[in-house]
Design a binder for this molecule. Structure first.
Ligand code: BGO
Length: 266
């Protein structure tokens, strides 16, 4: 039986370096179906049964770039057994924007915080245990370039792949959560239980590329319009803003920046 692990992360997070270190020369390169975006897969060194799929580098799971659509279609349709999310530790706040969206897919996930050699060299520190607790997901520190911590990260992803339950997800404001529940109640039964939250959030954002079968965007319009009126903003901005506030709060106290000789919290 083969195990599928998807490697996901922002551009420049070190994804290619990690993919090469994990798979060595055991790689197959092609294109994603119907598009000219490169698709790379490889067997995890020492594990013939484990296939790692290198997803395109993306900042979000929104539908605005080909890379985002390719990555999310793979995650929704192929449903890998686990996601290994590589995060640039020198750019934690920005990278966690994608992380929070990946967690909503209901797929077991492990986070590898990369560039730890640079973080340490700068005298900065990340409270990994605390961050893992807040995100509800295992986190490991790695340096893809120096090949430190990468075996442990792959092992953690393999372990996550054998679990049925996904990581926890964060809650939006009460008004948004109520809307998400109402949208979820109107979703067709065919949608996998674990994926319902992701679909509900995307439909709330009026992301029409997520519509499946005979689903119609109009079916959710009353729910969305009510929240937009209450919060005086458009639904996509509501989600984006609440996500950034959540991330900002979360990393407060988890990231210590050593700047110009002074220890300060950012
Ligand atoms: C160049 N530590 C450090 N210090 N650097 C890392 C690490 C790490 O843990 N991991 C990756 N890098 P990609 P995406 C480069 O190419 O894997 C570096 O887009 C350079 N190139 O070596 O390509 C990695 O696949 C000239 O850096 O990322 C690469 O996600 C000068 O981060 C860059 C300096 O890694 C991006 C760096 C000609």
């Amino acid at each position: 039986m083969s195990v599928k692990i998807a490697l996901a992360g922002n551009p420049n997070s070190g994804k290619t370096t990690l993919f090469n270190a994990l798979t060595g020369s055991n790689q197959f390169v092609g294109n994603w179906p119907g598009v000219t975006v490169e698709k790379k897969e490889g067997k995890l060194k020492g594990h013939k049964e484990v296939v790692i799929t290198d997803l395109p580098g993306i900042y979000s799971l929104s539908p605005y770039t080909l890379e985002e659509v390719v990555a999310r279609n793979y995650l929704i349709q192929e449903r890998p057994d686990a996601i290994l999310n590589i995060v640039d530790g020198t750019n934690l706040e920005r990278n966690l924007y994608l992380t929070t969206q990946l967690l909503e897919l209901g797929i077991p996930m492990v986070i590898a915080v990369n560039m730890m050699d640079v973080v340490n060299k700068n005298g900065d520190s990340i409270q990994i245990k605390q961050l893992a607790e807040k995100l509800g997901c295992p986190i490991l520190e790695i340096s893809a370039l120096k090949a430190t911590g990468i075996k442990e990260a792959a092992q953690a992803a393999l372990q996550a792949a054998t679990q049925v339950s996904a990581c926890k997800v964060h809650n939006f404001s009460t008004q948004v959560e109520e809307a998400l529940s109402a949208i979820t109640n109107r979703l067709p039964q065919e949608i996998n239980e674990n994926q319902k939250r992701f679909y509900a959030i995307k439909l709330f954002e009026r992301d029409e590329k997520i519509l499946q079968g005979n689903m119609s965007a109009a079916a959710f319009e009353d729910i969305i319009a009510k929240v937009e009126k209450e919060l005086d903003d458009d639904s996509e901005s509501i989600i984006t803003n609440e996500r950034y506030i959540y991330i900002g709060e979360m990393i407060k106290g988890c990231y210590k920046k050593h700047s110009k000789g002074n220890l300060s919290t950012s």
